[in-house]
Design a protein around this ligand. Sequence first.
Ligand code: MSP
Length: 516
Amino acid sequence: MSDDTFYVTTPIYYVNDVPHLGHAYTTVAADFICRFRRMQGRKVHFLTGTDEHGQKILRTAEAKGMSPKEWTDQIVPRWTEVWKALDISNDDFIRTTEPRHEGPVQRFVQELYDRGEIYLGSYQGLYCVGCEAFKLEDELVDGKCPLHGVEPDVVEEENYFFRLSKYADRLIQLWETDERSVMPETRRNEVLGKVRQGLEDLSISRVSFDWGIPLPWDEKHVIYVWIDALQNYITAVGYGTDDDRFSSIWPADIHLVGKDILWFHSVIWPAMLMALDMPLPRTVFAHGYLQVGGEKMSKSKLTGISPHDVIATFGSDGYRYYFMREISFGLDGNFSWEAMVERYNADLANDFGNLASRVLSMITRYFDGALPEPPQPDELEGSDRSLMSVHEHALSDMDQAVNAVAPHQAVKAAWTLVKKANSYVEEVAPWALAKDPDQRRRLEIALYMLADTLRQLALMTSPITPRAAQELWHRLGLEGDVEQRSFPADGGWGRLKAGTKVRTGDPLFPRLDEAS
Ligand code: MSP
């Protein structure tokens, strides 16, 4: 299993507008997980992209006086530039308007049709274009979609249906036997409860507009945007175009999604794959909402904040750190500027940044910037050993947290080493040792240990704050890209060469004043 590709996906985002913090939240979490696994030596495939068909995009384009393709072509770069600004390390970016997606989607639905999994029927019901989903009366609040605050459209048309109801028992069995199939557990119980109440067949085509992929056997229908979109996870990795590549990457290890789209990913998607006897994703993980004033941040409610506005103050590292650390992944969490400044100053500027500058300037002051000789095993004292043991625990806790899809725990674990290193500085007080010529060797060992800890921290924080980690790597006199290193191969102690020149410099995380 371990040489198997670790495949992580984000949802593909609707391009009716530019991204806000809520979208970036999923993408940053996925990026952290991928960077961490890469540094553990895993072969990773990280996919994100854009969902470009359907009425929501069509209506947006019409309102702007453009064709839907013109609209999507000009807005997609607004998404990719945000991912770049946040140092997102995706291996691929799929657009659902690409031929590599459209053709294979047709092949997939044709196969479902050929197997008798799709039939013609008629639909009468309510449709929310904001959600791109049919709604039942009891899902509405005062007749309106609770997420978008608008009355759904009444739809009555001839549609093709997928025999979703047939898969209820197999889905229930999957969730009951595989606790990683849907995470966290509360969400698994939620879908279990819903499906136990019954599952209806699903309308999978529309005839009243044409912005979508036509059904191959009946071209006046376009494929329902969700059926089209879900398949990005397989078309991007070669389904229908490159079978070898497909079987080397699929199934996904984690589909990261927000809780609003869990139903599509945990019910509809696996059922479609079951219908074609294809392997199922190993985990669908649903996280909570990023909220502003207690409500889901959204453009339609004018609470969407652009990631650029936040990056301008906190940098990409500060941004990534805050969202990963502050919000328990899986639960809803509030975004507040004040909390962000506070967290940044405390954890990044003070705890991590000051640690780095103190250590590097003491090496500069006491050893003219050249690293002293590493300690021999018999020179290590209790304080040194305890520093090393915190490192060992921190790394294994990070691994367990990533396994549990809990980035906030992983970041917390890394910071146990930051905190420990700070208390080591206080405990060994290098400035006091420096005054006593008999303690010269002890001073060397303490500062070597601290430089070595910074090296470990550069490795461990690279998936979280990649820019600062790289800068720290260079200041320690190390060459190349820290993100190309790995924990098992490069994670040992004593690998900094004596005599290497370290560099001080501007603060890694300049302090922000409270009013920024
Ligand atoms: N296009 C579909 C997904 C198709 S995947 C095959 C879609 N797009 S979306 O742009 O509306 O949302 C994409 C993701 O952003 C979802 O996981 C959603 O939960 C997430 N978020 C949007 N607003 C959010 C918050 N305020 N907070 C956290 N995540 C939120 O749905």
